[in-house]
Design a binder for this molecule. Structure first.
Ligand code: ADP
Length: 279
């Protein structure tokens, strides 16, 4: 066949060179998808070929965050995902004008009608995730990011079976209560044998125009989670970045242009670029 694709999950092959990361969180609304979209945009700006599997069935949001309106297409029995190119101005600014980085996205939202709510059980989610990995022609990716539903449920176990080499990036807010649930998402790796690559603290203190710091969600959660996971897993689980609350980030998400592209010098964009560099 034209694509030279054998219907297997290429990401389960230990010889596959794509680096796979699952962006996980204990609970919803902590910015997991926003962090995923911005890591992808930042890596693509560096000239990398990036893929995103958005299997957050209850909160799929990657297409909106990257302003993807075109549906996937079919070629033979494979699904071709829509592609987001790095804006030319960002490529030039990053000195990577020569290397066209890109983001290929497949989202569970692309296969639903009328934005209807879905009550899927574990086995259906497992099957959907498996299909995304086997039936979608991503081509040769440098990096694949998985945006999965929050928590430690069935899908996390499925993911560990389907992509055993995926490294976990755990997202939390600075709040102690959020850290406890995020810790459980991270220590799942003890059962699944996956590696926690690091921690991202999101919605951290915002610097106000008068220079004072506004700690809407408290402080210290990222460092606390990094330390606790390090002890529980007996390995280095560094704090990859602390992303402040930032209206530029929220606006970027709403307009479908990730903040690392729309406002690269903003505090949140700088923190997110550091996260991308650190994984
Ligand atoms: P999750 O994927 O964990 O459910 P989202 O990425 O969808 O979370 O983010 C939840 C909401 O919070 C979105 O509206 C997003 O724009 C907003 N948000 C996330 N991080 C920040 C931040 N650092 N500053 C401002 N708004 C943020």
């Amino acid at each position: 066949d034209q694509l030279g694709h054998t219907k297997t999950n290429p990401f389960a092959d230990p010889a596959n060179l794509t680096q796979v990361y699952a962006i996980v969180s204990g609970k919803g609304g902590v910015g997991k998808s926003t962090v995923t979209a911005n890591i992808a945009a930042s890596l693509a700006t560096e000239g990398l070929s990036v893929g995103i599997v958005d299997a957050d069935v209850h909160g799929f949001s990657i297409p909106g965050l990257l302003n993807i309106t075109q549906p996937p297409t079919k070629l033979e029995d494979m699904i071709l995902p829509p592609v987001v190119e790095v804006p030319a101005s960002r490529r030039v600014a990053a000195g990577r004008d020569d290397v066209p980085g890109s983001i290929r996205v497949i989202s569970i939202g692309m296969f639903l009608e009328d934005n209807r709510p879905i009550a899927w059980r574990g086995p259906m989610l497992h099957r959907a995730l498996e299909q995304f990995l086997t039936d979608v022609h991503f081509g040769d990716l440098d990096v694949l990011l998985l945006d999965l539903p929050p928590g430690t449920g069935d899908i996390a176990i499925s993911m560990s079976q389907l992509v055993p080499n995926a490294g976990l990036v755990v997202v939390t807010t600075p709040q102690p209560a959020a850290v406890n649930v995020a810790e459980r998402a991270g220590t799942m790796s003890l059962q699944t044998g996956q590696k926690v690559v690091g921690v991202v603290e999101n919605m951290a203190a915002m610097v106000m125009p008068d220079g004072t710091r506004m700690e809407m969600f408290g402080s210290g959660g990222g460092a606390m989670l990094s330390e606790r996971l390090g002890q529980a897993l007996d390995t280095e689980t560094p704090l990859l970045g602390s992303v402040p609350l930032d209206s530029a980030l929220r606006e970027g998400g709403d307009t479908g242009v990730p903040v690392v592209w729309s406002a690269p010098d903003s505090p949140s964009a700088r923190a997110l670029s550091d996260v991308a560099d650190g994984i």
